[in-house]
Structures are given as structure tokens and as C-alpha cells.
Design a protein around this ligand. Structure first.
Ligand code: NAD
Length: 331
């Protein structure tokens, strides 16, 4: 499959592994890149910019294919030296950066000067247009289905993607709700140049998280996510568990929620322990509605080959048949 995105990023398959806090380590990013997609390291998973520099080197030792780095700017409990992380990304020679959260404009001049391709995650069309206007190269359009932060508009990809196709000139990724070949074929039909997956990559052999988390995702249905931080306008879609129920209860109390009341429950280090120890109720962990489509824990290569193969079959056979055209033989 060739799209503007595969050309621009120098990858075989139009599939990107989006940034994931505590999950986007070299093991996963290199596996995705080696399998023909674009793997992405998550900068803030590294405790310091120096650790990020080491992680980039570790990833380079594990793949000679392109990979990127995600630098997300959202509220955090401890202040983050974002400029320092950005400096390490640039000085390490990274050529693809995924930005998310706040407007990336202040970071664009140094990224552009370093020849970096910037993919900005947006949960709305107005932010996508702004990203295009300020010089981002690709937009990752993140629908309401997504894991992590879907924004506050609650618009699903069935509306966002055709709008993006109508209004954007730059290539865009469809993000949120993707996990199989049907999704990839649909994303391409809706105008996207590829898909971005996070949750689906968590349930792979190479994802550096506990098997119990992967198994929980296999067993989960599309009803097993919940939205927290709504009252703080920092909404996040997470896997529903005991901690999340407690957060929701606090947020449902009358009056404005004070972040201090939930801080101990939601702090990222507890979420990290879910992944490292497999204690599913230890903390908050991100997951998208696509958990309802996850039935197995393949390698990244098996997953990407399967998704692309399914999508090609759908396009060349099912869709060709529906439109009355010739049915192409697939290799
Ligand atoms: P953390 O421990 O600093 O905070 C835990 C959660 O509380 C985060 O979701 C954060 O956004 C939220 N939060 C913190 N202060 C807040 C405030 N004053 N008001 C409202 N919400 C607040 O977070 P962490 O787990 O160390 O993660 C670091 C950053 O990465 C966070 O901003 C998080 O949202 C973000 N993140 C990134 C990705 C990614 O893919 N890169 C995925 C999920 C989350």
C-alpha cells in the first residue's frame, strides 16, 4: 500500500504506533518499525532528557528503519523540562516527531530547522486546520474512540475524517478505534493516508507491559473504557477498573472537582505499576474503545501483515465486487 504518508515517512505500511505513556519504549517502537510501520518512543516515559537520549540510542541499536519520538504537552503533576526533551530529540538526529496536547507552535522553528517531520495529534477540525497553518507536516486526527485524551468535543471519526479530507491539504492519519483491516480500509476510504494505533499495539508480544494487562485487553469488550477528568477539561479515556470508579465517584460530587482530591489515585507512577506488575487495579491506565476488537496477542509483524492483508482483500475483492468492477487476484 502506498500513500502520501508511506512516501513522506519512508515506511512500508501506512500504520503508525502512536505515543503511549509507559508503553512507548524501544522494544515496541523498534518492533513496529522492523515490521514496516512507524514506531514511536514516548519522551515523557523517560524520567529525564538524558534518559531519552539513551533510549533513542537503544532503539537505533534495535532497528535501522525510521522511528519517531512523541512529546506530549498536557497538565502534569511535576513540571516537565519540555525544551530540554525537544533539544535531545533534535540533537539525537530524530527526523519524525509526534506532538500532542498543547499547540506545538513554539517548538516548530527548531524542529523545522532540523529537518524534522512533525505529526500533530488533533481532536478537532479547528485544531487540525491550525496545525496545517502553522506548518505541521501531518495531522493525526484523533476521534472520540481513542485512548488517552480525546478532547472535549466528543466527535467520532466517522465525522472527523471526512471533514479532515474535505478541509486539509496535508496528509492525515486516522487515529482512535483502529485495530484491524476493516478499520484500515475504512480509514483510507474516508480520506486518511494511514492509521495510528496505540491500544492495539499494547496487546502485542513485544509491548513491554505485563501479560495480565494484555490478557485483560483480550477479554475486554467495547464497554470497558471510561472517561475521567471530564470535570477538569482534561478528559482521558482509560480502562475501567476500581481506581477509575473511585475517580468517577469523586468527580460526580456537586461542585468543581479539585485535582488534589484525585491526585493520589491518578498519579502516573501508579499506572506504570499496572504495566510492570500486572496489578490491574493499582492505577489508571489508558485504553481505547478498540479493546472490543482485540482477541489475541500477536507479534507486531503478524499484526501489521494481517491488517494490511485484510484491508487489501477488502479493497480488491469486497469493494470491487460491490462496485461491479473486476475482482483482482491477490498474491
Ligand atoms: P502525571 O502523573 O503527571 O498525571 C497523571 C494524570 O493527571 C495525567 O493524565 C495528567 O494529564 C493529569 N493531570 C495532572 N495534573 C493535572 C491537573 N492539574 N489538572 C488536570 N489533570 C491533571 O502524568 P504521567 O502519567 O506522568 O504522564 C505524563 C504526561 O503525559 C501527562 O500529561 C499525561 O496526560 C501525558 N500522556 C501522554 C501520553 C502519550 O501518549 N504521550 C499518553 C497518556 C498521557
Amino acid at each position: 500500500m502506498q500513500t502520501r504518508l508511506t512516501e513522506m515517512l519512508g515506511i512500508k505500511h501506512p500504520i503508525v504506533q502512536g505515543g503511549m505513556q509507559w508503553v512507548g519504549l524501544a522494544e515496541l517502537a523498534s518492533a513496529v518499525s522492523n515490521a514496516g510501520g512507524l514506531g514511536i518512543l514516548t519522551a515523557l516515559t523517560q524520567p529525564t532528557p538524558e534518559d531519552l537520549e539513551k533510549e533513542i540510542r537503544r532503539c537505533r541499536d534495535m532497528t535501522d528503519k525510521p522511528f519517531g519520538v512523541n512529546l506530549t504537552i498536557l497538565p502534569t503533576i511535576k513540571p516537565v523540562p519540555y525544551e530540554e526533551y525537544a533539544r535531545v530529540i533534535i540533537e539525537s538526529g530524530i527526523k519524525i516527531v509526534e506532538t500532542a496536547g498543547r499547540n506545538p507552535e513554539p517548538f516548530l522553528p527548531p524542529y523545522k530547522a532540523a529537518g524534522i517531520t512533525v505529526i500533530h495529534k488533533c481532536t478537532s477540525i479547528r485544531h487540525s486546520l491550525k496545525a496545517e497553518r502553522i506548518g505541521c507536516d501531518v495531522v493525526s486526527v484523533d476521534g472520540f474512540e481513542c485512548a488517552g485524551h480525546p478532547g472535549e468535543d466528543d466527535i467520532t471519526n466517522f465525522i472527523l475524517l471526512p471533514l479532515a479530507a474535505r478541509k486539509l491539504s496535508i496528509p492525515f492519519l486516522a487515529s482512535g478505534g483502529f485495530g484491524d483491516g476493516r478499520g484500515l480500509a475504512a480509514a483510507l476510504a474516508l480520506g486518511a493516508d494511514g492509521i495510528n494505533m496505540g491500544t492495539r499495539f499494547m496487546a502485542t508480544q513485544e509491548a513491554p507491559i505485563h501479560d495480565k494487562v494484555k490478557q485483560a485487553m483480550v477479554e475486554a469488550s467495547e464497554l470497558d473504557t471510561a472517561l475521567i477528568y471530564r470535570t477538569l477539561r482534561n478528559t482521558a479515556r482509560v480502562f475501567r477498573n476500581d481506581i477509575v470508579e473511585q475517580v468517577l465517584e469523586i468527580e460526580s460530587r456537586p461542585g468543581q472537582t479539585n485535582f488534589e482530591d484525585i491526585r493520589e489515585l491518578v498519579k502516573g507512577v501508579r499506572g506504570r505499576e499496572v504495566y510492570s506488575k500486572g496489578d490491574l487495579d493499582r492505577g489508571v491506565w489508558s485504553a481505547g474503545m478498540v479493546v472490543g476488537l482485540i482477541d489475541d496477542v500477536p507479534t507486531c509483524r503478524e499484526l501489521l501483515d494481517r491488517i494490511v492483508g485484510e484491508a487489501e482483500t477488502i479493497i480488491a475483492q469486497r469493494l470491487a465486487q460491490v462496485s461491479g468492477g473486476p475482482i483482482h487476484e491477490l498474491a
